[in-house]
Design a binder for this molecule. Structure first.
Ligand code: NAD
Length: 246
């Protein structure tokens, strides 16, 4: 296994929330970061930052992933953060919703893994980090049917990569956050149509610690997983959830 300290890291959905905190954490740890997002305007603050490159990438577009092949060949660490939190029970899932959620939350992860793995295998070193959720194979969460289904699929994908490439120096792990303070959480609360303060209290109450997670706390785990010190850890689903799944 190659244990070089400075890694080249590709981060998706790096414009805000957990993805952005991971970019900041990896840069602080001295790594080189390729920060990508569908909304390139959200990446403006990273332009000109030392060791950071910025690229537009909609992870649901195979051509956009292929266009980054020059970079994906060199990637030591993939942090795949892009995902969508859809609502509803199984009775609500339409075919279009099913396709959209699987495309964004699962198929993108398959395509990105296919893009970065050959280079990682040739160097006998690589770490894949997928942002799943405790709403997955870990916990059933009301009104999150298609979300939990896709995030559970991500656990299966990560474990299969871990099993298939363990002899080639590749590690693959999932981070499974509880409820984290991010722009998308605020949007979900605003769009719920109900009392905003009451909704927020409900989200907070899910964590026995009585608070929301911070994106930096999720990022710290991603930085650890990218480090050779995490070199004995693979195929895991790591919950970081304020005690939600105790
Ligand atoms: P966020 O809304 O704060 O940020 C999402 C980012 O994703 C935005 O910058 C957006 O432009 C980008 N994005 C959206 N679609 C994209 C696409 N097709 N291609 C590339 N970029 C795209 O989100 P967040 O809350 O930080 O969530 C990040 C990840 O963490 C998601 O996978 C989410 O499911 C997961 N997660 C979040 C929470 C939470 O409570 N916030 C909990 C568990 C898991």
């Amino acid at each position: 296994m190659n244990s070089k300290k400075t890694k080249t890291c590709l981060v998706t959905a790096a414009g805000q929330g957990i993805g952005r905190a991971i970019v900041d954490g990896l840069l602080s740890a001295g790594h080189k970061v390729i920060a990508t997002d569908r909304d390139v305007a959200l990446l403006e603050g990273l332009i000109g930052v030392e060791k950071c490159e910025v690229h537009e990438l909609d992870v649901t577009e195979p051509a956009a992933i292929a266009a980054l092949s020059h970079y994906t060949n060199t990637v030591d660490v993939l942090c795949h953060c892009a995902g969508y939190v859809d609502s509803g029970t199984v009775l609500d899932i339409t075919d279009a919703q099913y396709d959209f959620n699987f495309q964004l939350n699962v198929q993108s992860a398959v395509r990105l893994a296919q893009a970065v793995l050959p280079g990682m295998v040739s160097r006998n070193d690589g770490a894949l980090i997928f942002i799943s959720s405790v709403a997955s194979a870990i916990k059933g969460v009301p009104n999150r049917s298609i979300y939990g289904t896709t995030k559970a699929a991500l656990l299966g994908l990560s474990k299969s990569i871990a099993a298939d490439f363990v002899a080639e120096g590749i590690r693959s792990n999932c981070i499974c956050p509880g409820t984290v303070e991010t722009p998308s959480l605020s949007e979900r609360i605003a769009e719920s149509g109900s009392d905003i303060m009451a909704q927020r209290k409900e989200f907070i109450a899910r964590q026995p610690m009585g608070r929301l997670g911070r994106a930096e706390e999720i990022a710290a785990l991603a930085v650890f997983l990218s480090d050779p010190m995490a070199g004995f850890m693979t195929g895991q689903a790591l919950a970081i959830d304020g005690g939600w799944t105790i």
